[in-house]
Design a protein around this ligand. Structure first.
Ligand code: SAH
Ligand code: TMP
Ligand code: ZN
Length: 405
């Protein structure tokens, strides 16, 4: 395939074969007609962008029954409160009556802070069910996919944006040139485009194969974002590592030449250069490490089952679809998955069809072991479930290596 960014022929990174959509939790009646696609990753030797080989039509993924609600984790609520506060001062410095827009605003987890502060804001959110929750928090929300047409419409209705924000969404949009073009259209001259996504360096470092799924079309690095910015009259002036979602990077872009890049950006670029993100050997190592994870995890689960132990999954994450299907882990090895999201409960996991049950099913009768599928929320989950450990339970981790503790 050719790179979506610069059209150069790409190099294959990984081929994970046929996969279901990561957030397509389903009922038993739907098993027969389950949708699958081919999941493969490639990297561009020219611009450095790591990307899916084939992407799925976004309308198949983001719709009225999108089951991911951002506010299900206390840690994420805190994280987006901080993100909002940090941006608030930037927006206020840019204009007397600043306007803030968020792409993929979901249930309003971030924008509600701007609403509370009395700042004009607008969320752009195509999944109508999560957008409806945002509106209950008084977050003005436009039900649309962010593109040049949407950007022009918003600019004509509200004026330019002094802050354009996005979290875990820019990497979801297959037409990345359209996204950046739209950002340039909407952004005020003094504005900032600030977004964060899982960081390629962390994915490779931790062998986090489960970060790869249909919604993650791109696996960004500082280098690939700097390239994208330059192609659209923007400039990357800052980057900030974030601990969330297993390691993310927050990028700040401005209209080219409007602000000086930070010293932090320089330092992070130097660090990135040492990670080997453009070397084939890095991905050869990644492939052998994820195979080791699969071998070890399947081995541990079979051993536990032979010993009569009960194992359940914790957190029916989108990521877990890749892990479970890649390892072919089904209900014979993992009895059910506990998840606090009503939209996922009483359904089955994509592909492997493990039942998803409410948290009460976990606490009513603790299993012997719990596979921590929501490993990005490990600290929060382990702390909140100290009684599971107190009852002799053990957590099974699989990133960066398989461990039972
Ligand atoms: N920002 C939230 C939600 C991330 S999930 C968080 O970090 O928790 C990605 C969200 O982006 C979904 O709610 C999805 O509906 C939305 N989305 C997907 N494609 C989009 C697009 N082209 N424009 C705007 N939002 C989009
Ligand atoms: P995420 O990794 O994409 O944020 O998804 C986390 C999933 O885990 C989501 O479906 C909510 C669920 N979850 C729980 O069930 N219990 C918890 O304590 C936490 C933090 C998340
Ligand atoms: Zn390229």
């Amino acid at each position: 395939m050719n790179c979506r960014v610069c059209l150069t022929p790409t190099r294959p990174v990984l081929d994970l074969g046929r996969m279901p959509l990561a957030n397509a939790f389903l009922t038993a009646e739907q098993f027969e007609h389950e949708f699958h696609y081919l999941l493969g990753v490639a990297r561009c030797p020219r611009c450095g962008m790591v990307q899916l080989v084939d992407s799925v039509d976004p309308r198949r993924i983001f719709h009225a029954n999108y089951p991911y609600f951002s506010s299900t984790s206390k840690g994420m609520i805190r994280h987006f409160g901080n993100f909002a506060r940090e941006t608030l001062s930037d927006a206020r410095a840019a204009a007397a009556d600043p306007f803030v827009v968020e792409i993929g605003s979901n249930d309003g987890i971030m924008l509600r802070h701007f609403v509370e502060a009395g700042i004009r804001c607008l969320g752009i959110e195509p999944s109508s069910n999560v957008a409806a929750v945002a509106r209950t928090h008084n977050v003005p929300t436009l039900e649309a996919f962010f593109d040049a047409e949407t950007a022009n419409f918003i600019r004509s209705e509200h004026g330019p944006a002094h802050a354009l924000l996005g979290a875990n969404v820019v990497c979801h949009i297959p037409d990345i040139h359209e996204t950046f073009k739209a950002a340039r259209i909407l952004l005020a001259r003094e504005g900032v485009f600030r977004f964060e996504d899982p960081y390629l360096g962390d994915i490779v470092r931790q062998s986090a194969v489960d970060q790869i799924y249909d919604e993650h079309v791109f696996y960004f690095s500082i280098g690939s974002i700097a390239y994208m910015a330059a192609a659209h009259g923007l400039e990357l002036i800052d980057a900030e590592p974030q601990a969330v979602h297993g390691g993310s990077m927050r990028y700040t872009l401005v209209p080219a030449g409007s602000r000086m890049p930070t010293a932090r950006l320089q330092a992070l670029m130097q660090r990135e250069a040492s990670l080997g993100l453009n070397d084939e050997s890095t991905y050869a190592r990644f492939r052998s490490q994820i195979e080791e994870i699969r071998r070890d995890l399947v081995g541990v689960l079979h051993k536990l089952r032979r010993g009569g132990a009960r194992v359940v999954g914790f957190g029916a994450t989108a990521k877990s679809a890749t892990l479970l299907n890649y390892c072919q882990i089904g209900p014979d090895l993992v009895e059910f998955i506990s998840d606090s999201t009503p939209a996922k409960q009483h359904k089955f996991s994509p592909g492997m069809h493990i039942p998803v049950k409410p948290f009460a099913a976990f606490t009513e009768r603790f299993p012997d072991c719990a596979l921590l599928l929501a490993w990005n929320h490990a600290e929060e989950i382990i702390a909140a479930n100290a009684n599971f450990i107190a009852n002799g339970g053990r957590w099974i981790h699989y990133v960066p290596v398989v461990r039972v503790v």
